[in-house]
Design a protein around this ligand. Structure first.
Ligand SMILES: N[C@@H](CCC(=O)N[C@@H](CS)C(=O)NCC(=O)O)C(=O)O
Length: 234
């Protein structure tokens, strides 16, 4: 829906809630995908309430009714649920001229880049995070890792070439950069991004935005309060 249309009004007056965790292990703090949704809502100037899920309750019936895979994020917009972070962020972007250009072709390009972030760039990065953070056969992981790093580097090389000397993928900041930045941040535990200075600067530029900082702080806020309970249980 074109910004300024009926849809924008609907979203602006809606009661919006976003699911998030009460705690996650340190490697995942600041990486849980509700961050994208919170960031988009902050950029769009839309108020929301978090629905904080205790660890384990993501697979309880009330969350499965919102998110069939027992994950976060999901949103409730005036009681109607949506899941998949990319779809939710796109829904928010459609309701705000802060995240999407007005021109129809450029909006199509933004949609292409949103899909590219989660469908072409995120998979090898997510695979690397899986190898680096999750338990498994360490010998098999060591064998797989160089190939996965190569796949990540290939995508970064292509992305860096496509970005060129523009600030954002569409020129000005848009939903495409919001999504791509959250994907690239997942490499924060490695030095891979530093070898791509244009992308490194791209992430630094976008994570310096006040809306990103607010979203990140809000995701992290409950973790220290709940850490002791989970660490005792471990
Ligand atoms: N494709 C989904 C992935 C969601 C996802 O992987 N969520 C993770 C956190 S980032 C999760 O809740 N995993 C289940 C768990 O931690 O128990 C999306 O983008 O929304």
């Amino acid at each position: 829906m074109i910004a300024g249309g009926e849809e924008e009004v609907t979203m602006r007056n809606a009661r919006i809630a976003v699911t998030a965790y009460d705690w996650v292990p340190s490697f995942a703090q600041g990486q849980v995908r509700d961050l994208r949704v919170r960031w988009a809502l902050e950029e769009a100037g839309l108020d929301y309430q978090p629905i904080i899920l205790e660890q384990g309750s993501q697979t309880a019936p009330d969350n499965l009714a919102r998110q069939p895979f027992g994950q976060v994020p999901a949103v409730e917009i005036d009681g109607q649920t949506m899941f998949e972070s990319g779809a939710i962020v796109w829904r928010i972007a459609e309701a705000s001229d802060a995240l999407l250009p007005a021109d129809a072709h450029r909006r199509d390009l933004a949609l292409s880049w949103v899909f590219a972030s989660i469908n072409s760039v995120e998979p090898p990065i997510a695979m690397l995070a899986e190898l680096d953070f999750f338990p498994g056969d360490s010998g098999a992981k060591a064998k797989m890792r160089p190939g996965v790093v190569d796949a990540v580097q290939q995508r970064l090389d292509q992305l860096q070439a496509a970005l060129g000397d523009r600030d954002g993928l569409l020129g000005d900041f848009s939903v495409a950069d919001l999504m791509m930045t959250t994907v690239l941040r997942t490499l924060g535990h490695t030095e891979i991004l530093q070898a791509f200075p244009v992308l490194d600067a791209y992430v630094a530029r976008h994570t310096a935005r006040p809306a990103f900082k607010k979203a990140l702080a809000d995701q992290l806020a409950p973790f220290p309060q709940n850490a002791a309970r989970y660490e005792r249980a471990a």
